[in-house]
Every structure is written in C-alpha cells, then in structure tokens.
Design a protein around this ligand. Structure first.
Ligand code: ADP
Ligand code: ADP
Length: 542
C-alpha cells in the first residue's frame, strides 16, 4: 500500500485501511479515469503570502492552473464538464468562495515564476533588459533590479546568465507585473543565503505593501518560515492523487509535515518523521592528511576577479562543507584542486583524482538512467549499491526513464549518484540540494554522509542550505569578500567557528524550534538575535 489509506483505493491500485476524509469527497479535478486527482485547493488571501509545502508531482501546478482560471475543474467528473456555476456552488461558504467567483468572472490575472529557471533561455531570445522591460507594470522594476543586484547583467544575453542570475531575473520579472495573484514555484535554487533572504523580503513587501495575493512553493524551510503567513501541506501519492490541506500556521504546518502526522486532519502522511536532530557542532575529523595546499591566488583577465586562498589541508575521510556568497570563487577553488585551472601563485599540482558534481546539472543525453549509471560503476545493481545509493536517492522508480525526460529534482539525484559511484580520491558536490524537496534533501544528505563514513571517502560539499551543511560537514571552509571582484577563502575550521564567521558576515542568527529542533532564522533585532550576536553564537546554542 502507499501507506496512507487502506480500505478501498480510488485508483484500484492499492488496498486501503482507512480512507482519509478528504478522499471520501469528490476531488476538485480528475484528469481522466484512473488518472491523477487533486483534492483541495490552496486559498490565496489578499495581503498575504500563502505557502505550499509538499513533494513534487502532487498537484501544485494543477491547483495553480485552476486558481488562474486556465483549467476548469471537473469536480471529479472527467467525462462531463460541470461548469463554473457548479464549482462555485461547491465552494459556497468556504474561504475560496469570493476568489472562485472572481475566476468565474474572468477577473483574476496572474503572474508566475516557473520552477526550472534553466529553461527560460529556450523560450526567450534577447538580453536581460529586453526581458524585464516587458514586465514593468507597476513601476517597481528599478527597485527590484537594485535589490536583486541585477544591474551588472542588464545588457547580457539571457542565454549567458548563470542559474543564480536567471533565478533573480525571473523573480524580478514576476514581481514587477501588476496582477491580482502571484505564484512562485521555488525561489531558492542557485541563490546564496543573502539573496534568498532578500527575495523573501521582496515577496513579503509585495503582499504587505501592495495588498497582493502570493502563493509560494518552497523547500528551504528556513526561508519558507521567513516568507509565508499561512501554509497548506500537500500530500498524497505523486502521479496518483494529491491532497492540499486547509491552511495552517506556518510553524504548525512545517512541524506537522516533518512529524509525518497532520493533527487537524488526523492523518498520517509518512511512516516516519523527518528528524532534525540537534547535534553538538562537529569539531572536525582526525584523519590523516589527504592533501595539503599552499596559499594560492588566481585572477581572471586583468584582475577582474581575484581569489586568495589561505593554505590548509583536507583530511582523509572528512566531509568538508564550503559556504559563501555566489561569485566569490568557490568553483574557482574547486577547479584549482582538480587541476582544470592553474593558479597564479602557489603550486596546485595535487595529483588528486576528483569526482565532481557541478552546480548546474547538464546530463541530458538520450540514454536511460540505468544505462548511464552502470557505465560509471560496476557496483551498479549490487545489493550494497542499491541500499546505499539507489534507495536513499529514490532512483528505482526512474531507472528506465531517459535522462532527457527527467525533472530537475530527478536529474539532481542521478547526478549525485553518478558522482558518488565513481571511484576517486575526493568527491566534490556543488549544491546537491537544488530542486530536491524536503524529504529528498534529508535523504540525499544522509546518503552522502553515510557514504563518506562507510567508504572512508573524502567529500567536499558546497551548499547554501545551511541545515544540509550542518548535517553533512565535519569542518567548514568560509569564503567572503566582494562577489565578482575579489574573494578570500579561509582555512578549514571547526563547524562552530565556521558557522559563526559565515553568519556574522550575513548578520543572521538562528534558533532551534522547541518541538522539532529545526533551525529557524531569528527576527532581526529580536531579543534572541541581539543576545546571540553579543555572545558570538550565530547557529549553535551556546
Ligand atoms: P506538481 O506541480 O505538484 O509537481 P502537477 O500538478 O504538475 O504536480 O501534476 C500532478 C500530476 O498530474 C502529475 O502526475 C502529472 O503527470 C498529472 N498531470 C498533469 N497535467 C495533466 C494532464 N493534462 N493530463 C493528465 N495528467 C496530468
Ligand atoms: P562561485 O563558485 O563562488 O559562485 P566562481 O568561482 O564561479 O564563484 O566565480 C568567481 C568570479 O569569477 C565571478 O565573478 C565569475 O564571473 C568570475 N569568473 C569565473 N570564471 C571565469 C573565467 N573563466 N573568466 C573570467 N571570469 C571568470
């Protein structure tokens, strides 16, 4: 069974024990006989940011298409069309009544940001200025360009933008429009921590100051927490059915989602909780030295960008976390280690065999996932490989698909598997969390960690999801400086010292949620924020 229901499955696929209340009613929409059904709709509210938290493939896009008036819901009667009158009748007395009446009257306009920004260049020819000019409807464009630091790439062709630049341009384009309803499907992929916080603040300003309705799907829980006023949890069986709950407070919604049990609905959505264990900060591994590197410098062009690296060592069997803003030289450092780039000063002839997962995963050959992975390792299909790699990365279901048909999250999981499956002296993963949902993130993180421990592998991970980094890393390397101008990399240090240095640069402090121990961003200038800054403890409880 899918673990949720056990009596009579509406899809005749599985046996059901106790039919969830939501599934006893008619769905909002069913695509066809035995096809995906959506139960429940999120309720956008003027002046508020409404969040949706749940896995991919659960009907979020379907719900938004209904709310945008693009898809007329059939109330489960896929062979007839009940029409908007009946839909309105079905929602009489609910918080959606007025909204649906507006949709019926054709009065709702929508602006939306797609999930996979990497695809924007396929549908737009031109530069950033031309793309953004089309969206300038409420006179906020200049402000958005400035806050999101888009200025330097205004004349650049959309084809040449990095993922992080595309993400910020797409957010600006969405927020610059003047519509009733805004939908943003994931804002954090490829953005660094301070860009994430800025994007969250801009979205809040749009809702609060302009009285707009905003709906956001987001998997970085610290950012979702900062962003949303209320939260709908989405659950179900991807591809079969999805249920969107009534709104909850953000804190309860996140906590219930993590615990796997929804209180109001009296519903178990997952057999096990997602645990946000609070562990003492790791003080570093004590393995032998894998490699020692000297002080290094590297400049591009006529000193357009200069990186200075303080010499240090990478130890055998450690997971080394790497944090810092975008454009500060993290990938440049990685390339110096792999020998793909020569330093100006300092010898980097390290002779290391490195397996590298780049930030932007481009695997899209016309090849099946199983063929691709078995070409990398002869361990493919062994019980060890299945338990340690395929299962935690949920690859079984997609083994027979073509690489080119995979979604962003699926491609990411295949790329992580490919990186870890190779045999190498050092495994280097750049932003493994991008496009993974919360559950996949936690599973991928523990798969990487466990792999390192069991294979005595040495791993370096660059990521902007602070919680993933804390779960993964033994020590931390912090980059700072001025993005696109000069970067400085300190030597690897203990997690506590590293987090304090990194978060002090950003002026952000974290506390732990009392119930689940998940990290939450403190309100700037709140009592806790001031106390922690005074004590210099930005992440770990003193
Ligand atoms: P999400 O946005 O949560 O990833 P979607 O709403 O895009 O999910 O899709 C939910 C499910 O509905 C998927 O299994 C998808 O294959 C299915 N689906 C989407 N559109 C159609 C359609 N036009 N006809 C049949 N099935 C569809
Ligand atoms: P990060 O990985 O921290 O995002 P990078 O190491 O990719 O940073 O880039 C640091 C800076 O160097 C950026 O401003 C980037 O545009 C610039 N840069 C990277 N590669 C080159 C190159 N081959 N030529 C010129 N500039 C480059």
């Amino acid at each position: 069974t899918c673990g949720i229901c056990v009596e009579k499955c509406p899809f005749d696929a599985i046996e059901i024990i106790n039919l969830p209340k939501e599934l006893q009613d008619d769905p909002v929409h069913r695509y066809g006989e035995n096809a995906f059904s959506l139960y429940g709709l999120p309720a956008p509210q003027e002046g508020q940011v409404t969040g949706i938290l749940g896995p991919n493939g659960i009907g979020k896009t379907t719900a938004v298409r209904i709310l945008a008036g693009e898809l007329e819901p059939n109330l489960g009667r896929h062979d007839e069309s009940p029409g908007w009158d009946e839909v309105l009748e079905a929602y009489r007395g609910t918080e959606l009544q007025d909204y649906i009446a507006d949709v019926q009257g054709g009065e709702v306009t929508i602006s939306r940001k797609p999930q996979y920004v990497d695809q924007i260049p396929n549908s737009f020819d031109g530069n950033t200025r031309e793309l953004l000019a089309q969206t300038d409807e409420r006179g906020a464009l200049d402000y958005l360009i400035e806050r999101l630091s888009i200025g330097p790439v205004m004349e650049q062709s959309i084809d040449d933008l990095s993922g992080g630049e595309l993400q910020r341009v797409a957010i600006a384009a969405t927020l610059a429009r003047d519509t009733d309803f805004y939908f943003l499907d994931e804002i954090t992929p490829y953005l660094d921590m301070s860009q994430r916080v800025t994007a969250a603040r801009l979205i809040r300003e749009l809702a609060e100051d302009e009285d707009k309705s905003v709906l956001v799907v987001e998997h970085d829980l610290a950012i979702l927490d900062l962003l949303a006023d209320t939260l709908h949890v989405a659950y179900g069986e991807p591809g079969a059915y999805g249920v969107i709950t009534s709104p909850k407070s953000v804190r309860n919604g996140i906590n219930e989602y993590l615990s796997g049990y929804l209180d109001n609905e009296n519903m178990r959505i997952r057999p096990n909780p997602i645990e946000f264990e609070e562990h003492a900060p790791r003080t570093g591994s004590h393995g032998d030295t894998l490699v020692e590197y000297p002080d290094l410098t590297k400049s591009y062009g006529e000193g357009e960008f200069t990186l200075e690296v303080e010499g240090g060592e990478i130890r055998e069997n450690e997971v080394l976390g790497i944090v810092g803003p975008n454009g500060i030289g993290k990938s440049t450092f990685a390339k110096l280690l792999t020998g793909n780039l020569q330093s100006d000063e300092g010898d980097t002839d390290l002779n290391l065999d490195i397996s590298y997962k780049p930030q932007y995963v481009t695997i899209d050959q016309h090849m099946r996932v199983d063929a691709f992975l078995s070409s990398i390792t002869d361990q493919f299909g062994s019980s060890y490989w299945n338990t340690e790699i395929a299962q935690p990365l949920q690859l079984e279901r997609i083994m027979e698909q073509n690489l080119s048909d995979l979604s962003g999250g699926e491609r990411q999981r295949v790329a992580i598997a490919a990186c870890l499956s190779d045999s190498a002296d050092l495994y280097l993963l750049d932003e493994p969390s991008a496009h993974l949902d919360v559950e996949q993130r936690v599973q991928a993180t523990s798969a990487i960690r466990r792999y390192a421990e069991q294979q005595d592998a040495t791993v370096m991970v660059i990521d902007h999801d602070i919680y993933s980094i804390d779960l993964l890393a033994d020590r931390l390397m912090v980059f700072d400086g001025e993005p696109a101008a000069h970067g400085r990399a300190g030597r690897p240090q203990s997690m506590r010292d590293g987090m304090n240095e990194f978060l002090a640069n950003l002026e952000v402090t974290f506390r732990r949620d009392e119930r689940t121990s998940r990290p939450r961003i403190n309100k700037p200038d709140s009592q806790l924020d001031r106390e922690q800054k005074r004590e210099g403890e930005y992440y770990y409880a003193p």
